[in-house]
Ligand binder design. Structure first.
Ligand code: C5P
Length: 403
């Protein structure tokens, strides 16, 4: 995702400085070239050699050594980089930038750069809540600087509250968002993800092998590209994505209700959830005991959520999924018509690298007019991007045709 991107990573003097080593690892793993700038106090927490080794670039620590050729290069980087991230950002650096103080390399660079700047603050809870810090942040926000909300939890100083550095995953997501085009701005997308769970008794349930990865990736990528996203999710182990409204459900009926309750203004619905077609006709109040002989579980049908949406007069753009084990195109094509969809994403869940629980997928997209587009094996993050591109292209085509 970050191949060919130039990122400047500013590290300031807080205990969370060690976590920015992990952020650096993630940034380079995704292909970015990272140049690190440390404040003097940051070097008390982590040695510059760690950042230098892991980034493969010299680390700048002092403004007064600027005349070394490598650091003149750093100055040039301020204008040529794609993004500057400051993680952790102390109350001190936030205060300095908000008030125009440029007395070291990092604060000078922030003042000199024209690229987007992302602050990931980390500090003691009382410092975070202080009116001075909050005033500085709100004035920086109005000037166009971007901020991560610190996380809540136990801080290094022993206090519990808000002030922890945001999760590295969340910072990575925001980095990608700032580097993505805003081509989905104005779209309000509702995505369903994961399996559903239908109780048989208090201890047992009917569910399926969906991990939720496809839907969560769709939600994260759509949000990064500027869409307003609601994710209606069945039970999954996926991490909640940053900047997205998440509604957790268990059963198909709960999913149908949650979708109904969140449809206002929605332009596109993507049903990536593996919704159970049937549920037990009765739910036993007590755990069912083993008895001699067969046990017969009576099932009744669940509502078909997608087909229900397809029947609405005000139906949004509808995208369905077809997870099949045979006759992929035949089944997908039939589903498009029967459920009145705009497009369907089909995948053979038995193919290696495709379907449930894996991080990759092999899909075909089938349009309403029967046109089929094949995609190679890709990460679910890339598949999400391809699906969203296809939705945009179809919508543009329709607009051109005046439909
Ligand atoms: O008919 P089938 O279950 O294979 O259709 C799959 C598509 O329909 C998926 O997009 C799935 O999310 C959706 N679906 C639904 N409600 C159901 C079953 C499936 O919305 N009860």
């Amino acid at each position: 995702m970050l191949q060919g991107k130039e990122i400047l990573l500013g590290v300031t003097g807080g205990i969370a400085a060690y976590k920015s080593v992990l952020l650096l690892r993630e940034l380079t793993k995704e292909g970015a070239n990272v140049n690190v700038i440390m404040t003097k106090s940051a070097t008390n927490f982590v040695g510059p050699l760690t950042f230098q080794t892991l980034s493969g670039n010299p680390v700048t620590t002092e403004i007064f050594t600027l005349f070394a050729s490598s650091e003149i290069g750093h100055v040039a980087l301020a204008s040529r980089a794609d993004l500057l991230v400051i993680a952790p950002a102390t109350a001190n650096i936030i205060g300095k930038i908000a008030n125009g103080i440029a007395d070291d390399f990092l604060s000078t660079m922030v003042m000199a750069t024209t690229v987007p700047v992302l602050f990931a603050p980390a500090m003691n809870t009382n410092m975070w809540a202080s009116p001075v810090v909050q005033r500085n942040i709100s004035s920086l926000k109005t000037m166009g600087y971007n901020f991560m909300e610190p996380a809540e939890g136990e801080l290094a100083c022993g206090v519990t509250g808000r002030g922890k550095l945001a999760d590295i995953d969340a910072i990575m997501d925001e980095v990608k968002a700032l580097l993505s085009p805003d081509d989905l701005k104005g779209e309000k997308i509702l995505i369903s993800a994961g399996p559903t769970e239908e109780a048989i008794d208090p201890a047992r349930c009917l569910t399926n092998r969906s991990s939720g990865k496809m839907g969560y990736n769709l939600a994260a990528v759509a949000r990064r590209r500027g869409a307003e996203v609601t994710l209606v999710s069945g039970p999954t182990a996926e991490l909640e994505a940053w900047g997205i409204k998440v509604v957790k459900v268990k059963t198909a009926v709960e999913m149908a209700n949650a979708i109904d309750a969140n449809l206002d203004g929605v332009t596109t619905v993507i049903m990536a959830a593996a919704v159970a077609d049937f549920r037990p006709a009765r739910q036993a109040a007590e755990k069912i005991k083993r008895e001699a002989g067969d046990y017969c579980l009576e099932l009744e049908p669940n509502p078909d959520i997608l087909a229900g949406l397809g029947r609405r007069p005000d139906k949004p753009f509808l995208v369905g999924f077809a997870a099949e084990t045979s006759k992929l195109l035949e089944h997908a094509g039939e589903k498009i018509q029967r459920k009145n969809l705009d497009m369907i994403v089909a995948n053979d869940v038995t193919a290696p690298g495709a379907g449930f629980s894996v991080d990759t997928n092999i899909i075909k997209i089938i349009d309403r007019d029967g046109q089929t587009t094949d995609f190679p094996l890709m990460s679910k993050e890339k598949v999400a991007g391809a699906i969203l591109d296809h939705i945009l292209a179809l919508k543009q085509k329709r607009r051109r045709q005046g439909q």
